[in-house]
Design a protein around this ligand. Structure first.
Ligand code: BV8
Length: 231
């Protein structure tokens, strides 16, 4: 095996073939709704129920999809690679978990978790959420929100992610347009690592990667992981 520690950054493109929309492709989520209305604290303050309904819709669409070959290939890499493999995902779905990935960081939160803005407690959450929904811990209503990092909010576990990326030997980005920071800047921390982008087409950050393989994740990711494991 040519490499020691591996960090993989995934974006919505890895879940596209599972049936989940991406954000910035031609029929993506942000082509149908303005992110400022549903994925910012300002939007939440303006019309909280609209934001809750947006995530109720996202949560319900996620129940009918499953992991694809790319998610399973990453879980296999973690099992078979002798050194540490960490998946850092921008995605709020649970497809990595359902494919068997264990070492996983959701830097933009999770749609199946709720966060109470009153008491700060997080709860697993699969039901529709409304302004009348009470927090199971403090019983406050109107303060429960999806545990999602909105634009203008600080992504989770940035220090830990920064340390993992700056110390890895291989940094792989999969299915991300390289548009959203600080996620899109992580490749710049992988100074001593080999860096590779596996994406349908060149991302905005393509020039920052030493290697790029373009194609559908369910095809290029398993092929790349097979090569990694066989080396
Ligand atoms: C932060 C949760 C400070 C929501 C998301 C003005 C005001 C405030 C902030 C900013 C500002 N200007 C800039 C910023 C920073 C901002 C930012 O980067 N904005 C961009 C738009 C310019 N960032 C933030 O606000 C972040 N916070 O800056 O706080 C700070 C900074 C540093 C340190 C401390 C504090 C917070 C960003 C998180 C926002 N929340 N998600 C939700 O999911 O509902 S972002 C959202 O975009 C998703 O998480 C998504 O994952 C992420 C990135 O998108 P991608 O995953 O890349 O998806 P996309 O559609 O773009 O691309 C898909 C790719 O897949 C394409 O390349 C496509 O070709 C490829 N693909 C498609 N199909 C396939 C495929 N590849 C392979 N196979 C296929 N089949």
């Amino acid at each position: 095996m040519r490499f020691g520690r591996i960090v993989v950054l995934t974006g919505s493109g890895i879940s596209a073939e599972s049936g989940l929309s991406t954000f910035r492709d031609k029929d993506g989520i942000w082509s149908k709704i303005d992110y400022r209305d549903v994925a910012t604290p300002e939007g939440y303050r303006r019309d909280p129920q609209r934001v809750l309904d947006f995530y109720n819709m996202r949560r319900s669409t996620h129940t009918s999809v499953g992991p694809n070959a790319a998610h399973f290939a990453l879980a296999r890499l973690e099992t078979e690679h002798p050194d540490e493999v960490t998946i850092v995902t921008q995605n709020v779905d649970e497809l990595h978990e359902r494919a068997g990935t264990k070492r996983l960081i959701h830097m933009h939160g999770e749609v199946y978790k709720a966060l109470c803005a009153a008491c700060g407690v997080r709860h697993p959450w699969r039901e529709p959420m409304s302004l009348q929904t009470a927090c199971p811990a403090c019983s406050e209503t109107g303060r429960l929100r999806p545990d999602i990092v909105w634009f203008g909010e600080t992504p989770y576990e940035l220090d830990r992610i920064g340390a993992l990326v700056s110390q890895c030997d291989l940094f792989i980005a999969i299915g991300t347009s390289g548009t959203v920071y600080p996620a899109a800047g992580l490749v710049g921390l992988a100074r001593d690592a080999h860096t590779v982008e596996l994406n349908l087409e060149p991302s905005e950050g393509a020039s920052r990667f030493r290697e790029a393989i373009h194609g559908k994740a369910s095809e290029v990711v398993p092929a790349y992981i097979d090569r990694l494991i066989s080396e």
